[in-house]
Design a protein around this ligand. Sequence first.
Ligand code: DX5
Ligand code: ZN
Length: 220
Amino acid sequence: MKLAPSILSADFTRLGEQVRRAEAAGADYIHIDVMDGRFVPNLTVGPLVVEAVRRSTSLPVDVHLMIEEPARYVQDFVSAGASILTVHQEACRHLQATLGDIRSRGSRAGVSLCPATPVHVLEEITDDIDLVLIMTVNPGFGGQTLIPASEEKVRRTQAFLTAAGCTAELEVDGGVNEATAAGLIASGADVLVAGSAVFSGDEIERNLDRLRRAVSVAAR
Ligand code: DX5
Ligand code: ZN
């Protein structure tokens, strides 16, 4: 299992330090949530912050675009240092072309699905993706509660990818904490994104440890 702390819940007055602590504590990716105030109501950060995170860590930088018409910004985010660039299926008219563009510019291509979007929309793009991001809350804000149907959707997504012979990583995002992590991994998730569960209380090291322990205890 991989853990991807989302900086959405980090202390932005000392972002570099928080990212370095997450890396030292064993994080696998650094997840950055980009929101445009249109695809989702919230507004967050752009390529400048991706570039700052890129310079703060040697980990893969995992950029989640919750923006309309993401194709317009692929070059900007790849240049800023996104190792993985994920677009929303719901926001992207020519999804297959956009995924190809991300790969040809040198990043790994991800596609994300909102809770109401069925898994079968992935059917025609299994050759074009390196990562699938299943939203386990409605995107827009950190600190929400996992939607109960999520585990079942993760299970169906993993079964779909396996049947298609697709080796894309399966990442889940939203409401991941000590209580929900093990069930998501048991359902087939490869990567857990966690914001509030990692950065709350300025206890990054202990929080990451707790998440890992919750999963390994349940696996026994
Ligand atoms: C939600 C974002 C998430 C968010 C997760 O729209 O995509 O990455 O930071 O936050 P938590 O882990 O607090 O639910
Ligand atoms: Zn995210």
